[in-house]
Structures are given as structure tokens and as C-alpha cells.
Design a protein around this ligand. Structure first.
Ligand code: BGC
Length: 500
């Protein structure tokens, strides 16, 4: 077995970082760009007047009405459906992706996802009517459904176990770069009459970058072994770990895990419901569900809308979104450097407390200034205070739930249920994003500042969940992960060691 009593790796392969594995993982992590670009672009585009005039004239009419409640200006179901259609498509695709990723490999799914996203971006850039807009977004959804499923698995499988957290965080880092790039582009295009076309069409650029990159890298040793390509797996492992490293113990572990997976030989969506996989199933559902209940996408999608409706002009709203993007990126970098040292649990708890305090703070400021009627615009000073609180909140997310949501599920799943658990994670993520973004503007309109308290309460719940139920996984090789459940006060009664 490749793990010592303290959970440390005894193969001697835990910590070696080669140039090849670094380059390969950076290239793979660029898949995050397309998801991030989309998250960042849609919020800005839906505040552009020429875009609204062409596709959603009703929203503009409402905004022009005197004395509109500031919490309710953007409360339009069709506008929200535009943003959300991607998530429904992504959800369906990610469930399908479980079998595809197991059968064709992680890398090939990244290539396919990139191509589909490219097609969606092209249609959106040239959209002449709402139908084209929605079809384009569905294709984007297919794309991110595939890449979000395959890439985190790719990174966790490729990384040396000791630094798996840092490598996997690369995905969230590029996601953040995508969000920031999109915000800057929106800022530049907001004044052009056809700026929205440029914003939507430019999604083709990150798609082209990640697709070309994915074509240049090999699949992970684990995926190659899973697909019976032993010679290629050995080559890939040698390249990743270094030619003078003894890769035989790691290869033997991979072969053993893949044999167990093959012996299970059942429908993986049935297997994952077996009692022994209860902790994995619980985490694959709870982690993405909680991640969305931090309220992050509400901030990302609607940061410009939100800032405009709490008193910023349309320019300053985009600048505010850019500031949030930079803060997010900085905090992800910090997370990357500490996740394998301080561990996952520390970051979850620290980030949770930080986010909780900020949401409560923002609710208090809005309650004190805009009140419940929402008809008075809040002053510049208070709007800036909300922005500062949002920055600290976003930093908390970038440290914790942002990157860790992709890391935890991709590292805890045994080969038998790996692609299935990851599919559930991504599908849950999309489902929760869909429901929350579909309901947020109505919620803001009715609950007013209480919307922030709603998320604060969930952040408290998820932090307690982590304290009680999430074991520390730093440094443990993926094929030896059973040790963390075996030692856990609650999960130990479920786990069957032979399944690893
Ligand atoms: C989440 C996204 C979110 C993004 C923010 C990701 O980890 O899954 O829903 O928009 O982080 O940067």
C-alpha cells in the first residue's frame, strides 16, 4: 500500500515536480478560461443598452419608469433565462460526460468541449434573434459541461500527490482569469453599439487557446490504464514523474485500482449509491451545492447589475466588477500556495468565516441606507462600503470554496466511481447555479437586503458541515484515500477498504 500510518506517501513519488508535469497541467488548466469568460461576460452584456434594446426591450422600459424600486429593475424572467440556459445544457452534458470521460479519456473530452464552446461563441457573436442567442448558449453549456467534468480529474490525476491541491487550483485560477478578461472586455465594448457582439463572440478566443492546448498534451496515466493502454500509461507516467524516477509502484497502484473498478462492472450510477460510497456521494452532492449557496455567482453574474442598482453609474459598475475579479485572482493564488501546507479544512473554515461576516455587513449597510422600500438610491460612500465588503467576501471565496469545490471531489473518488462522482459534482454545481440565478433577482426584489442574510445563513451551515464531516485530504495519494474515511468519526462505518 502506498500510504504510511500518518497518511504520508511511502512510494517516494509524492513530491517530485517535473517541468513536464507543470507545463502539462498549466495547459490543461486553461480549460477554466472558457467557463470563467462566460461567467464574467453575461453579467456585463445584460446591462448593455443596445443588447437590451434588441432582445429585451421590456427591461429597458421598466428601468426608465420613474421611482422604480431599485431592487426590482432587472427582475425579468426572460433575461434570467438567457443567462441560465447555459446551465441547463451544462447539467445534462455533465451527466453524460461520466461515460464519455471514462471511455475516451479526460483529454479528448477537453478537446470536444473546447470545440463545442467555440461553435456556441460564434453563433452568439452573430445572433440575430433570441433563438440564436439561446442556441449559442446551449452549445456553450455543452462545452463547459464536458470541460468542467474532465479537467479537474485530469489535474488531480496528473499532479504529484503532495502538490495536488496547488495543481488542481490552476483550474480555478484560469477560471478567474477568464472572469477578469471578460470584465475588461465588457468595459471596453460597453460604449459601442455592437459591443455586445464583440463581448459574446470573443469567447471564441479562450476556446481556441484551450482546445489547441489540449490537443498538445497526453491523457493522464490513470485514464490510459483505465482504457487498457498500459504502454502509453507508462510513458505518460515517466514523462510526468521524471525519467529517473521509479514509477513502478505508482503504475502498480493504478493497475490495481483499475482492476477493482473493472471488477465492479456495474452501472456506475448504481454503484455510487452503494453504502460503501456514501461519503463520496455525500461530498459530490454537498460540496457543489454549498459552493453555490455562498452566493458567489450572484455576485459574479450580477455584480454590474447589483452595483448599478445600489447606486453606481454604469461605468463604475463595470469597474467595480473588474476590482472584484482582481481580488478573486489574488486570493486564488494565495490559496494555491497554502492549500498543500495548511490543508483544505483550514481554508474552508477561514474562508467561511470571512464570507459570513461580509454578507452580514453588506446586509446591514443596505438595510441602514436603502431601507426596505428601495426607492431611495444609496449614497456613493455606502456604495463603496458595499464594494469593500464584497471584495473581502470574494477573497474569502477565492481562498476556499472556489478552488476547493473542484479539488475535493476530484481527489476523493476511487477509480470505480471517479468519473460518475465528478459528473454529479458538476451537474449539482450547474443545477444550483441555475436555480439561484433564476430566482435571485426576484429574491432581491422581494427580500431586499435580506437576500444577503439568506446567503450568510447558508455559509454558517456549510462551515459547520466542513468541521464535522470533511476529513483532511492533503498529501494523501488518491489510490490510498480510504484512510481518511477509515479514521473519520462518522464515515468510518461506511467504508470498505477493498474497494480502493
Ligand atoms: C464556481 C463558479 C463561480 C466561480 C467564481 C467556481 O468555482 O463553480 O460557479 O462562478 O468559481 O470564480
Amino acid at each position: 500500500m502506498a500510504v504510511g500510518v500518518d497518511g504520508s506517501n511511502t512510494n517516494g513519488l509524492g513530491g517530485r515536480i517535473t517541468l513536464s508535469v507543470v507545463i502539462t497541467c498549466i495547459v490543461a488548466a486553461t480549460s477554466g478560461l472558457i467557463f470563467g469568460y462566460d461567467i464574467g461576460i453575461s453579467g456585463g452584456v445584460t446591462t448593455m443598452v443596445p443588447f437590451l434594446k434588441k432582445f429585451f426591450p421590456l427591461v429597458l422600459r421598466k428601468a426608465a419608469e420613474a421611482k422604480t424600486n431599485m431592487y426590482c429593475v432587472y427582475d425579468s424572467q426572460v433575461l434570467t433565462a438567457f443567462t441560465s440556459s447555459l446551465y441547463i445544457a451544462g447539467l445534462a452534458t455533465s451527466l453524460l460526460a461520466s461515460r464519455l470521460t471514462a471511455a475516451f479519456g479526460r483529454r479528448n473530452m477537453m478537446v470536444l468541449g473546447g470545440c463545442t464552446f467555440l461553435a456556441g461563441a460564434t453563433i452568439n457573436g452573430g445572433a440575430a434573434n433570441i433563438a440564436m442567442l439561446i442556441i449559442g448558449r446551449i452549445l456553450l453549456g455543452f462545452g463547459v459541461g464536458l470541460t468542467n467534468q474532465a479537467t479537474p480529474l485530469y489535474l488531480s490525476e496528473m499532479a504529484p500527490p503532495k502538490w495536488r491541491g496547488a495543481f488542481n487550483t490552476g483550474f480555478e485560477f484560469f477560471l478567474g482569469v477568464g472572469v477578469l478578461a471578460a470584465n475588461c472586455i465588457n468595459y471596453g465594448t460597453a460604449k459601442m453599439s455592437w459591443g455586445w457582439r464583440l463581448s459574446l463572440g470573443l469567447a471564441a478566443a479562450p476556446a481556441a487557446i484551450m482546445t489547441l492546448g489540449a490537443l498538445l498534451i497526453s491523457d493522464t496515466p490513470a485514464s490510459l490504464v483505465e482504457r487498457g493502454k498500459l504502454a502509453q500509461a507508462k510513458q505518460a507516467l515517466l514523462r510526468a514523474r521524471g525519467h529517473n524516477t521509479d514509477i513502478e509502484p505508482e503504475l502498480a497502484e493504478l493497475i490495481r485500482s483499475s482492476e477493482i473498478a473493472r471488477a465492479a462492472n456495474e452501472e456506475p450510477f448504481v454503484t455510487i449509491f452503494e453504502r460503501q460510497y456514501r461519503p463520496h456521494l455525500a461530498m459530490s452532492i454537498a460540496i457543489p451545492f454549498f459552493q453555490q449557496l455562498t452566493g458567489i455567482n450572484i455576485m459574479a453574474f450580477y455584480a454590474p447589475v447589483l452595483f448599478q442598482s445600489v447606486g453606481f453609474g454604469s461605468d463604475s459598475a463595470l469597474i467595480a466588477a473588474i476590482i472584484l475579479g482582481l481580488v478573486n485572482l489574488g486570493s486564488i493564488l494565495v490559496s494555491m500556495f497554502v492549500v498543500d501546507r495548511c490543508g483544505r479544512r483550514f481554508l474552508f473554515i477561514e474562508g467561511g468565516v470571512q464570507m459570513f461576516l461580509c454578507q452580514v455587513g453588506a446586509a446591514c449597510v443596505l438595510a441602514a441606507t436603502a431601507g426596505t422600500s428601495g426607492t431611495e438610491r444609496i449614497g456613493k460612500g455606502c456604495a463603496i462600503l458595499v464594494l469593500v465588503l464584497m471584495c473581502i467576501y470574494v477573497a474569502g471565496f477565492g481562498l476556499s470554496w472556489g478552488p476547493l469545490c473542484w479539488l475535493i471531489t476530484s481527489e476523493i473518488l476511487p477509480m470505480t466511481i471517479r468519473t460518475t462522482g465528478q459528473s454529479i459534482n458538476v451537474a449539482m454545481n450547474f443545477a444550483a447555479t441555475f436555480v439561484l440565478s433564476q430566482t435571485f433577482l426576484t429574491m432581491l426584489c422581494h427580500f431586499k437586503y435580506g437576500a444577503f442574510l439568506f446567503y450568510a445563513s447558508w455559509i454558517a451551515v456549510m462551515t459547520i458541515f466542513v468541521v464535522l464531516f470533511l476529513p483532511e485530504t492533503k498529501g494523501i495519494p488518491m489510490d490510498s484515500m480510504h484512510v481518511v474515511w477509515e479514521r473519520h468519526w462518522y464515515w468510518q462505518k461506511f467504508v470498505n477498504k477493498e474497494s480502493y
